[in-house]
Design a protein around this ligand. Sequence first.
Ligand SMILES: [Zn+2]
Length: 133
Amino acid sequence: MTERIERLVALGTTDEHTECGCCGRVNLKETLVMAVRDVDGNVGEAVAYYGVVCGARAAGRPVGEIRREAKDGDDAVREAEAAAKRLAAAADFVRCEQWWTAEYGTADRDEILKRTGKLPFEVYREARAALGV
Ligand SMILES: [Zn+2]
C-alpha cells in the first residue's frame, strides 16, 4: 500500500453552497466544505463543496467518518465564535468599568448603586450608551 501524501478532508458544512461540486446534484440541504490537508497537517483553502456521499467517496472514507469530521469542524467554528463573543463582552465590560471610574470615581458597582440609587441595569445602560456599545 502506498502512503498518501495528501488527504482530502471536510472542514465543515455550509448551506451557502447547495450543489454538489462532484455530481452536480442540486438543492442539497448543505454541502461539505472540502479541502486538501498536506503531510505536515496544513489545510489549504476550500477546494470544493460536495454532498456527503460524494465527499466521502472522494476522500476514500466512510460517510459516518466524513460526517463526524465535518461536524467537528462546525463545532470548532461555533466554539471560536462563542469565544470571540465572550471576549468582546469582556472588553465592553472593561470599558464600562473605565467609564464608571471616570464618572463616579469607582468601578465598584455596589458602591455606585448605593450612591446613585440606580438599578444595576440602569448603570450598565448608562455606561453602554455613553460608550456607544
Ligand atoms: Zn455529488
